[in-house]
Design a protein around this ligand. Structure first.
Ligand SMILES: Nc1ncnc2c1ncn2[C@@H]1O[C@H](COP(=O)(O)OP(=O)(O)OP(=O)(O)O)[C@@H](O)[C@H]1O
Ligand SMILES: [Mg+2]
Length: 240
């Protein structure tokens, strides 16, 4: 194991900020035209906060989520996650950081269709090398937490949309990541099922999870304790 890996594991955060973006830009070049998907974005999110990022289609929400989630690297500016400056890490190291620190929840659930709910939750932990007994225990706890213990042998097609999203949430939670990042988690759900999922997020927040929720829906965003608006790549705090 090299020095950087040791640093990731032994890093003790020095500030309350889990996320800090300083003048972060992401620029796409399309046929001579430059698109500022993120334009000098500044944002700080503390440990334990529940923040919604809201903005219309094309405003830069997923671009911001990809950078916060270490799925992409900023072209300009500095991004610190738990005090680590992200751009210095290789793709392999970033994968490790993602595994250790972040639980992702997407609009399309992203479950593997051939696997049961139980196996879908377990799979990332197999990749992380977690021993089998510990894995089974974590899967059971996570599925219990989203109230799906009775459905653990079901495959995604045998589950409702809301249940599929709950499996995805259990998968994101299973390893107790410091940060939960959700991109339009209710985008494919009807309003009643959305309310059920949002209640689950409220509970996660009460239990101390740091949540960043990306949405274009004001009623979904209203669940968060703080709103951040994004428009044409520009990030703006919404006063309480
Ligand atoms: N890979 C890419 N290449 C070129 N342009 C891109 C790329 N990804 C995103 N963009 C552009 O960057 C801008 C922001 O895109 P982004 O996906 O972040 O928006 P969004 O707010 O998530 O939208 P939506 O609500 O529709 O998901 C858009 O103008 C988009 O066209
Ligand atoms: Mg998007």
């Amino acid at each position: 194991m090299n020095k950087k890996h040791e640093k990731i594991e032994s890093d003790v955060p020095k500030t309350d900020d889990m996320i800090e973006l300083r003048d972060v830009s992401k620029i796409y070049s399309m046929g001579g035209e430059k698109i500022h998907a993120l334009d000098h974005a500044n944002l700080r999110i503390k440990r334990g906060e529940y923040v919604s990022i809201i903005g219309p289609s094309g405003s830069g929400k997923s671009t911001l989520m990809n950078i916060i989630g270490c799925l992409d690297i900023a072209d300009e500016g500095i991004y610190l996650l738990d005090g680590l400056e992200i751009k210095q890490y290789s793709e392999k190291e970033l994968a490790k950081i993602r595994n250790q620190k972040i639980g992702f929840i997407f609009q399309g659930f992203n479950l593997l269709p051939k696997l049961t709910a139980e196996a879908n939750v377990e799979l990332p932990m197999i990749y992380q090398g977690i021993p089998v007994a510990e894995r089974k225990e974590k899967v059971a706890v996570a599925l219990e937490r989203v109230n799906l213990t009775k459905r653990m042998q079901h495959k995604p097609t045998e589950l409702s949309g809301g249940q599929q999203q709950r499996v995805a949430i259990a998968r994101a939670l299973a390893t107790s990541p410091a940060l939960i990042l959700a991109d339009e988690p209710t985008g494919n759900l009807d309003s009643k099922t959305s309310a059920e999922i949002m209640k689950l997020f409220d509970e996660l927040h009460k239990n101390g999870n740091t949540i960043v929720l990306i949405t274009h829906d004001d009623s979904v965003a209203a669940h968060a304790k703080r709103l951040v608006r994004i428009l044409d790549g520009c990030v703006q705090e919404v006063p309480a």
